[in-house]
Ligand binder design. Structure first.
Ligand SMILES: [Fe+2]
Length: 225
């Protein structure tokens, strides 16, 4: 993905997040030059991969298969005495799908925080890493209501609603009708080790440096210290 395209997505996201009246932490706005002046006291941001993140899941078609993210807080699998929780913002554009995956370690809540549309999230239990369980009902927890749905059910979440996703439950999600600001509140998040995609997918895009970064992505920190 070209850096100029990534910069444009970050500009759009900053505008959308401001419209939704959600405030990001100060490190969201640091320039690459400012990052070079930040010492080891900020290593939690670098090591736990806080900050800007986007993915086309290796599709080359971000508008169809992609997700924009900002990790606000996170712990690390390497530090059991650190934070045990994580929080992210996600932006889903209409027609843009986050493809089938589950997590082995992380339980997560996905929250429709704003944008006015409906989040669609489809669920199956997993038989293994590469197969959906087509037969078994799926346990669902939506804002304190615990029930089961048939395999493959699409759960709709309006503004303010949220769902808890247990480990091992395959999920894909999208919006048909509006750009959505989603929250994710979860256990420690490790996008390098804990995403099990049904089909072979990439998580972090290769970047063609056709202009300077507006802000660093989580994968850029090592180059700017
Ligand atoms: Fe997930």
């Amino acid at each position: 993905m070209k850096r100029s395209i990534i910069n444009n997505h970050i500009r759009d996201a900053k505008e959308f997040i401001a419209q939704m009246q959600f405030a990001l932490p100060p490190f969201a706005y640091w320039s690459p030059e400012e990052w070079k002046t930040r010492g080891s006291e900020y290593n939690e941001i670098r090591e736990n991969q806080l900050g800007w993140d986007l993915t086309d899941f290796g599709s080359g078609d971000y508008d169809r298969l992609g997700l924009f993210l900002f990790t606000i807080r996170n712990g690390s699998f390497k530090n059991p005495s650190g934070k045990t929780y994580a929080e992210k913002l996600l932006i889903v554009k209409p027609g843009q799908v986050t493809p089938w995956h589950y997590h082995n370690s992380k339980m997560e809540d996905i929250i429709n925080r704003g944008g006015g549309g409906t989040l669609k999230i489809q669920l199956y239990r997993s038989l293994d890493e590469h197969s959906l369980d087509e037969k078994s009902d799926v346990p669902v927890s939506v804002d304190g209501r615990n029930y089961t749905v048939k395999a493959g059910t699409v759960v709709s979440l309006g503004t303010g609603e949220s769902i808890t996703l247990q480990q091992g439950v395959f999920h894909q999600f999208w919006s048909d009708d509006a750009a959505l600001l989603l929250g994710e509140v979860s256990m420690v998040n490790d996008d390098h080790k804990d995403n099990f995609f049904l089909e072979e997918r990439g998580r972090f895009p290769g970047i063609e440096e056709d202009e300077k970064p507006l802000h660093l992505l989580v994968g850029d920190y090592e180059k700017y210290r």
